[in-house]
Design a binder for this molecule. Structure first.
Ligand code: CUA
Length: 325
């Protein structure tokens, strides 16, 4: 390839990273905006200093050797080697501290609490009961909703290995460490859907450990939250729950009206209505069907489904899952 083409392709690839649902340079909340601003300030500042230093190197290299002065503490060394770095680094330290305070919403009081637990390889999302607002506990997996303009405090933890919680367009990221609670704060400025991604290598399916974050006005958020509340009346148990229970799903997955499972697989109570199932948007019947029949091929290394179900069973299971909404 000729050099200009490589340059164009390279520039396109670089700029492509500045937009899109997984770019922290396309911020949709104050924390991500602070991080993106710091990134640009550092890029422009570092580029200017790089150009200055390279200019001096070229100048020094091209100068005839006999005209090179001997090193002595002249003003150039004092200013360029001491005063300039001290000034730049001090300014960066002060700036970085203020950006850091914006990223953690220092001094602000969160109005919403969420608990997110990392599993190999999925996200458990829990909204604790809130007596003041009359909210019961809500539980889901691989989807997270935020009311626009509300400051959420998210407690992240892990039950197995270290994961990292990250919604690039909203802010973060924060490691999820077994045996330890970490908290971060997030706010979305406008409605939208954002991609969340595990940002710490955690095994075979790390790259596919993602979730959908949805920011919506408070009324819509409340309606969604209510739809994910647990412990509803027994009459609300969907038709498919019994079929899934008979198939043995209840050993690892919570089913509507069913007992708490012994092993923690994703809660299936609303699987038919979830924003993301098995790393795909929505209830992708064809893909979930392939997972059920050949799980170690579709999601190698997954811990729950070691063997697939028969082709004759899969349609019935998919039908049953779709009723859980
Ligand atoms: Cu979880 Cu990477």
């Amino acid at each position: 390839l000729p050099a200009p083409r490589i340059a164009v392709a390279g520039a396109a690839a670089l700029l492509a990273a500045c937009a899109g649902e997984q770019s922290s340079l396309d911020p949709r909340g104050p924390a991500a905006a602070a991080a993106a601003e710091a990134w640009w300030v550092m890029l422009v500042g570092a580029s200017a200093i790089f150009a200055l230093v390279m200019g001096l190197v070229i100048y020094a290299t091209l100068r005839a050797p006999e005209r090179r002065p001997r090193l002595r503490p002249n003003p150039f060394i004092l200013v360029g080697g001491l005063l300039f770095p001290i000034t730049v680094l001090t300014a960066l330290l002060i700036y970085g501290t203020t950006v850091g305070r914006r990223m953690v919403f220092a001094g602000e009081v969160p109005t919403l609490r969420i608990e997110v637990t990392g599993h190999q390889w999925w996200w458990e999302v829990r909204y604790p009961a809130d007596a003041e607002r009359g909210w019961a506990e809500a539980v889901t997996a691989n989807e997270l909703w935020l009311p626009v303009g509300e400051l959420a405090e998210i407690t992240v933890r892990s039950v197995d290995v270290i994961h990292s919680f990250w919604i690039p367009q909203l802010g973060g990221k924060l490691d999820m460490i077994p045996g330890r609670d970490n908290t971060l704060r997030l706010m979305a400025e406008a409605p939208g859907e954002f991609r969340g991604q595990c940002a710490e290598f955690c095994g075979a399916q790390h790259a596919l450990m993602s979730f959908v974050a949805t920011a919506a006005p408070m009324e819509e958020f409340e309606a969604w939250r209510r739809s994910r509340e647990v412990g509803g009346p027994a009459a609300a148990v969907p038709a498919g729950a019994a079929a899934l229970g008979d198939a043995g799903c209840a050993a690892c997955h919570q089913l509507p009206g069913g007992p708490a499972p012994e092993e923690a697989g994703p809660d299936l109570r609303h699987v038919g209505a979830r924003a993301m199932v098995l790393g795909r948007r929505g209830f992708d019947r064809e893909y979930i069907g392939r997972f059920l029949t050949d799980p170690q091929r579709v999601k190698p290394g997954n811990r729950g489904h070691l063997r697939g179900v028969g082709d004759d069973e899969v349609d019935g299971l998919l039908d049953a899952m779709e009723t859980l909404r």
